[in-house]
Write a protein that binds this ligand. Structure first.
Ligand code: F6P
Length: 325
């Protein structure tokens, strides 16, 4: 099985970007080890703090954020970093070529139950026209990502990444300590009978989305004429991973639960990297109106509706939204 660096070289990735990716992955190997140690490493449970999003911080959120932050601020190829757990972006090495944003620990509600969790990351070229600490370093459209990926800490530790070519999958081989190529190229099946949606939010959805889900639930007796199954991990990394492996539709639509917070998932370090991975595997990733990768970002911690996965199913869902404007 091929190792990571030769695969990246084969894909034409430059030496500086490879070094940066390896720095991120060094942090994920440490996170993977600590996650596997759980109580033994004292990383379960909550802190007494809230993060910038007003969510309770878990100890593992704090530990993983610190680990990635320390390693990336030391990396000579990183101009600035942004994290879900940090209110502002942080300048790193002046004149370095790249900026990195990350969600250090996605799926926090799964930490204490030994469920699937992950780290999501995205890399852009640094901008020369704004200062290193300016958040505008990160307000670049998703199509400008030079690398997007996640590491899923599940039964095994999996890296899924694209550097502009195919979306590839790697598995952490604990015997030699490196990631080995185990899926050369993901290809999301274009049709599906699987959906991943938090159904508890049903009463807060807009009419078009309700109508779409009603028809999924009606199965073979309804308009869709086929039976659908539902899976929900409550960790985007795990639900997107299943979608890449088997197809499906993953959605976290906008809702009217909270007028200040119409959508849940964050554009910079959740929606954009996942959208790039899905598109480069032949799937589709939309908000309710546009391709996620075409959004012009306005805010570091901006939230967007997400509908992604098997192409035909995403299109069907969007057509319900358009018909119910
Ligand atoms: O904040 C991100 C996240 O944990 C995603 O990983 C996941 O898809 C979603 O939130 C879970 O949301 P809920 O708590 O509504 O199930």
């Amino acid at each position: 099985m091929q190792r990571l660096t030769p695969t990246l070289r084969h894909d034409g990735v430059g030496i500086e970007l490879i070094a940066l990716i390896r720095t991120i992955l060094a942090a994920t190997k440490e996170i993977s080890f600590r996650v596997s140690q759980a109580e033994l490493a004292g990383i379960l449970g909550s802190t007494l703090d809230e993060n910038i999003q007003g969510e309770t911080q878990k100890k593992l959120d704090v530990v993983t954020n610190q680990l990635l932050k320390d390693m990336l601020l030391e990396c000579e190829f990183v101009r600035a970093i942004a994290s879900e757990e940090e209110p502002n972006s942080i300048a790193a090495t002046p004149n370095a070529p790249f900026v990195v944003a990350f969600d250090p620990l996605d799926g926090s509600s799964n930490i204490d139950i030994n469920g699937a969790i992950g780290t999501i990351f995205t890399i852009y070229q640094a901008r020369g026209d704004v200062s290193d600490s300016d958040p505008k370093q990160f307000l670049q459209g998703g199509r400008k990502q030079v690398c997007a990926g996640y590491v899923l800490y599940g039964a095994s530790t999996k890296l899924v990444m694209t550097t502009g070519g195919p979306t590839r999958g790697y598995t952490l081989d604990r015997t030699h300590g490196g990631y080995l190529l185990t899926t050369a190229e993901f290809a999301v099946p274009s049709s599906t009978q699987m959906f991943a949606i938090n159904m508890a939010n049903q009463r807060f959805w807009q009419a078009g989305f309700k109508a779409y889900v009603d028809d999924l639930l009606a199965g073979e007796t309804g308009k869709r004429g086929k039976r659908f199954n539902m899976r929900w991990n409550a960790a985007m990394v795990a639900d997107v991973h299943r979608t890449l492996e088997q197809g499906g539709l993953f959605a976290y639509p906008s809702d009217n639960r909270d007028k200040e917070k119409r959508a849940k998932l964050r554009l910079l370090y959740e929606a954009n990297p996942m959208a790039m991975l899905i598109e480069h595997a032949g799937g589709k990733a939309y908000t309710e109106q546009t391709a996620i990768l075409d959004i012009e970002p306005t805010d570091l911690h901006q939230r967007v509706a997400v509908i992604l996965g098997s192409q035909d199913e995403v299109e069907t869902c969007l057509s319900y939204l358009a018909d119910n404007q």
